[in-house]
Design a protein around this ligand. Structure first.
Ligand SMILES: Cc1cc2nc3c(=O)[nH]c(=O)nc-3n(C[C@H](O)[C@H](O)[C@H](O)COP(=O)(O)OP(=O)(O)OC[C@H]3O[C@@H](n4cnc5c(N)ncnc54)[C@H](O)[C@@H]3O)c2cc1C
Length: 368
């Protein structure tokens, strides 16, 4: 709690293509239309520049979004349409060793800055110069090409704990499961290893499996992580944004990529005037980030009265989704499985990756 507010460790965005996450939420009784704010993929800054994808079937959504992009020249628009056509023709596959920047060399700088960089850093938590092109293409395909609404952004109206774990806990209890929270697993007892599912972060899974499966453990321990910082501020000024999300003009001195209007998202009156500013792929210098982002809020959003509530730096927010990365497999050893966003799969570290991995592991456990 900060100033009486329940604030998440970070602001999450789901997208319409998060098929399994949305299914899971529905299964455990969450009314997603009430708990999530659905809006089109909207990457406009305060000046109105950027792309917004209308709710049309693919590829018309992309075509209409690109052709109507505000502040873009025809050269900008044609460069991304050409690239998207090529990626589609190649079945959204590329050499796994390539970075996003490498497959985007023909794009105009404005397209990189206002479309590819924000998409890449929010999905993979890495800048285009470092992120895996293959994983990026997979996310792009699922978001833009898999049916109407798949590219929509879904913003939680409640804190994440209430959105998912609380509902899951209640559902499990009502189905006869015993749920023990706030209890750390210290070790896996050898007699237990006929049917174990590790659903913890990779560094914990690595510690727990060190003697059981040294190679698997070393792979999990070797994953590099990148940080996400969320700066919460308060303003009394009126915002007047079209949506509760705004893209920001990121640069070395102004590191936040997105601003969220928590007051508009939440039904809690105490959230009025609260903004969450997200710095993906951030450094970990909390004080410097707080100062820079507050300045960015003053300069780019014109909110001169904004004051800092708190800054949350998640140092190991996601594993670094680097080109050709080898991720730990679902099976650790006989009877022992792992699930989580870091387990081998097509997606970067996201809620959807974690949920899909969980479903796959449960299926495998059922066969043991
Ligand atoms: C700041 C931030 C912003 C993000 N934004 C987005 C976003 O916009 N969209 C998106 O899709 N994803 C986002 N993510 C990523 C998303 O949160 C993760 O991919 C997802 O939560 C991973 O789920 P998981 O089940 O793999 O791991 P976790 O959610 O980390 O769950 C692991 C659990 O294991 C528990 N645990 C650890 N050690 C032990 C132990 N020894 N014994 C028992 N329990 C243990 C932990 O307490 C935790 O509850 C964000 C992440 C962060 C940090």
């Amino acid at each position: 709690m900060h100033q009486g507010l329940a604030l998440d460790n970070g602001q999450h965005i789901l997208i319409g293509a998060y098929r399994d996450t949305l299914q899971l939420l529905t299964t455990v009784g969450v009314a997603t239309q009430d708990s999530l704010w659905r809006m089109p993929l909207h990457l406009h800054n305060l000046a109105g520049h950027g792309v917004s994808l209308p709710q049309l079937p693919a590829p018309w959504n992309l075509l209409a979004g690109i052709l109507s992009a505000q502040g873009w020249s025809w050269a900008d628009k044609f460069s991304i349409l050409r690239a998207a056509t090529l990626w589609q023709r190649q079945g959204f596959r590329c050499d796994p060793a390539l970075t996003v920047a490498e497959i985007c060399q023909a794009l105009q700088p404005r397209v990189m800055k206002q479309l590819i960089e924000p998409l890449c850093v929010s999905a993979l938590n890495l800048p285009a110069s470092q992120a895996s092109a293959q994983v990026f293409l997979t996310v792009l395909h699922d978001a833009v090409w898999t049916g109407q609404g798949s590219s929509d952004m879904l913003l939680p109206k409640v804190d994440l704990g209430r959105l998912m774990p609380d509902a899951a806990h209640a559902w499990l209890s009502s189905h006869g499961a015993e749920v023990h929270t706030h209890q750390r697993v210290d070790a896996i007892e050898p007699w237990l290893t006929h049917s174990v599912l590790l659903a913890c972060p990779p560094w914990e899974a690595a510690r727990l499996t060190q003697s059981l499966a040294p190679e698997w453990s070393a792979l999990a321990a070797g994953l590099v992580h990148t940080a996400i910082t969320t700066v919460y501020v308060r303003t009394q000024q009126r915002l007047g944004w079209s949506y509760p999300l705004l893209a920001l003009d990121e640069n070395a001195q102004a590191p936040a990529q997105f601003a969220f209007d928590k007051g508009r998202l939440s039904a809690d009156p105490a959230m009025k005037g609260v903004l969450a500013l997200v710095v993906s792929a951030s450094s970990t210098d909390r004080d410097k980030l707080s100062t820079q982002v507050l300045q960015q809020v003053h300069d780019q959003l014109g909110l001169h009265d904004a004051t800092l509530i708190t800054t949350v730096v998640e140092k190991r927010a996601t594993f670094a989704c680097l080109p050709a990365l080898v991720r730990p497999s679902m099976q650790v050893s006989k009877g022992v499985f792992a699930c989580g966003d870091y387990v081998a799969g097509p997606y970067p570290a996201t809620l959807e990756a974690a949920v899909r991995s969980g479903f796959a592991a449960i299926e495998a456990l059922a066969q043991v």
